[in-house]
Design a protein around this ligand. Structure first.
Ligand code: NDP
Length: 471
């Protein structure tokens, strides 16, 4: 039998779809899964593509089934399972074989794995994949980290299976070692903020305006035709229109209001803090998920304080326009923060991250794909966004139009008691960013008062101390 060109370990949601995608593009692929029944199911459901799939019962079989030098994709649960797979694979592989970790690894683990494999003769790639099940099957966005020559060796298969935006593949090499997984982490951080802000607007429509899910779904569907056009808005509209076959009720109404997380949002926030880059909308979104999980405490607090949202009385059409603009402004701020964190990391880790390329490969396939990314490609490409996306002329124009609506909506929601943590954090970031003289003069004075930390005087150099304790 002909040898396979590539291998894949882990036939879960992502791995199985990625394997079918690879097979569909004409590549013969060897597959292995820890639980053998999953491999059998996979082959049984592969249809005509099964002829390009080589099922393997062990890692030794997998290695034997692939033509050297072997590229092998690992798509298992992130963390220890990846280390275990790498350790087990090492005994089966030979020099020049390529291990590609395609799961949602913490980029610090990826950097460690690069170090551990140094001198082994094996090539390692840390690859972020976005697009969920559908993306994996028909074209995800692929963010690659590792040596550039390693990327060149797998470029043709990765670009073939990736999403295409107007014919351009959404797969690229972004830098050495952890660069790909870092960019994927920040992609997910932006995704957290985007989803949270959409949920906050849904909350205003549901609780403040008393709208039914299907009505709200139609609003999102309308918005998807305009400046907010994006995958997340599109699926939100669909979700809100769906009914539960069991009860006939709207599906959103029978879903528990607590959301889980696997780690990438939290890592985005930790890394932003480590780098000293404000990412307030992402931080608020991660905190909101944590708060959502405290269901029992929230129910108890509602009994103590009351939790009702005061009905919002405003002309509906005008308010809908403002909500659309508010979401747009919040989204721009979230992207600005995500890109700023990547710029900080790029310097810290010497990655030289190509921002226009990142915006390019997020335009299709991935969860945060949106119309706005095309304008970002331009803004980063010309250098107009090199300080901050908020300073690129196209985005200045958009923010000037949209930020008053964000302010109005946040004020309205706060007045009504409808929580808007991500939208209000985005607004506070914007307001602080555009304030030429802020209030940290007082913070400097306080620090000097209690800790003799000194302060800077306007127009003078050196550290000064205050005349504290005189009155
Ligand atoms: P699934 O839960 O669907 O599948 C998990 C896979 O990991 C299974 O093949 C499972 O094997 C394997 N696995 C788990 N633990 C071990 C272990 N200790 N040793 C060997 N194999 C193990 O996960 P997904 O496909 O959703 O996710 C895979 C990776 O892709 C994760 O890193 C995830 O974060 C990432 N990802 C997921 C996305 C999504 O939308 N789902 C999007 C982008 C990335 P077994 O059948 O034996 O249990």
């Amino acid at each position: 039998m002909d040898k396979a060109e590539i291998g894949l370990i882990g036939l879960g949601t992502m791995g199985s779809n990625l394997a079918l995608n690879i097979a569909e593009k004409g590549h013969r692929i060897a597959v292995y899964n820890r639980t053998p029944s999953r491999t059998d199911d996979f082959v049984a459901k592969a249809g005509a593509l099964a002829s390009r799939v080589v099922p393997c019962e062990s890692l030794a079989d997998l290695a034997a089934a692939i033509r050297p030098p072997r590229p092998i994709i690992i798509m298992v649960l992130a963390g220890t399972p990846v280390d275990e797979q790498i350790a087990a694979l090492r005994g089966e592989l030979a020099a020049n074989d390529i291990i590609i970790d395609a799961g949602n690894a913490n980029f610090r683990d990826t950097m460690r794995r690069f170090k551990e494999l140094e001198g082994s003769g094996l090539t390692f790639i840390g690859m972020g994949v976005s697009g969920g099940e559908e993306g994996a099957r028909h074209g995800p966005s692929i963010m690659v980290g590792g040596k550039e020559e390693s990327w060149r060796r797998v470029e043709s298969v990765l670009t073939a299976i990736s999403a295409k935006f107007k014919g351009e593949p959404c797969a690229a090499w972004l830098g050495t070692d952890g660069a790909g997984h870092f960019v994927k982490t920040i992609h997910n951080g932006i995704e957290y903020a985007d989803m949270q802000m959409i949920a906050e607007i849904y909350g205003i429509l549901r609780d403040g305006l008393g709208m039914a899910p299907k009505e709200i779904g139609s609003v999102f569907a309308d918005w998807n035709k305009g400046r907010l056009n994006s995958y997340l808005i599109e699926i939100t509209a669909e979700v809100l229109k769906a009914d539960d076959p069991q009860t006939g009720k709207p599906v959103v109404d029978i879903i528990l209001d607590r959301a889980g997380q696997k780690g990438t949002g939290k890592w985005s926030v930790i890394e932003a803090q480590q780098l000293g880059i404000p990412a307030t909308a992402i931080e608020a979104a991660v905190a909101a998920r944590v708060l959502s999980s405290l269901k029992d405490e929230r129910l108890a607090a509602e009994r103590v304080y009351g939790g009702g949202v005061v009905p919002i009385k405003a002309p509906r059409e005008t308010l809908l326009k403002q909500l659309e603009l508010a979401l747009f402004a919040g989204k721009i701020a979230a992207y600005a923060q995500g890109f700023a964190v990547m710029a900080g990391a790029s310097k810290e880790f010497n990655w030289n991250l190509p921002m226009p390329t990142i915006a390019k490969i997020w335009r299709a396939g991935c969860i945060i794909r949106s119309q706005m990314l095309d304008t970002m490609v331009e803004a980063f490409g010309t250098g107009a966004a090199s300080t901050n996306l908020l300073m690129a002329p196209d985005f200045v124009k958009m923010m000037q139009e949209a930020h008053p609506a964000l302010r109005h909506v946040v004020a309205l929601a706060m007045e009504a008691g409808s929580p808007v943590p991500a939208l209000s954090s985005a607004l506070a970031y914007f307001d602080s960013y555009r304030q030429g003289r802020g209030t940290s003069n007082l913070i400097q004075a306080q620090r000097d008062f209690f800790g003799a930390h000194g302060f800077e005087r306007i127009g003078e150099t050196g550290a000064f101390h205050g005349p504290w304790g005189q009155g």
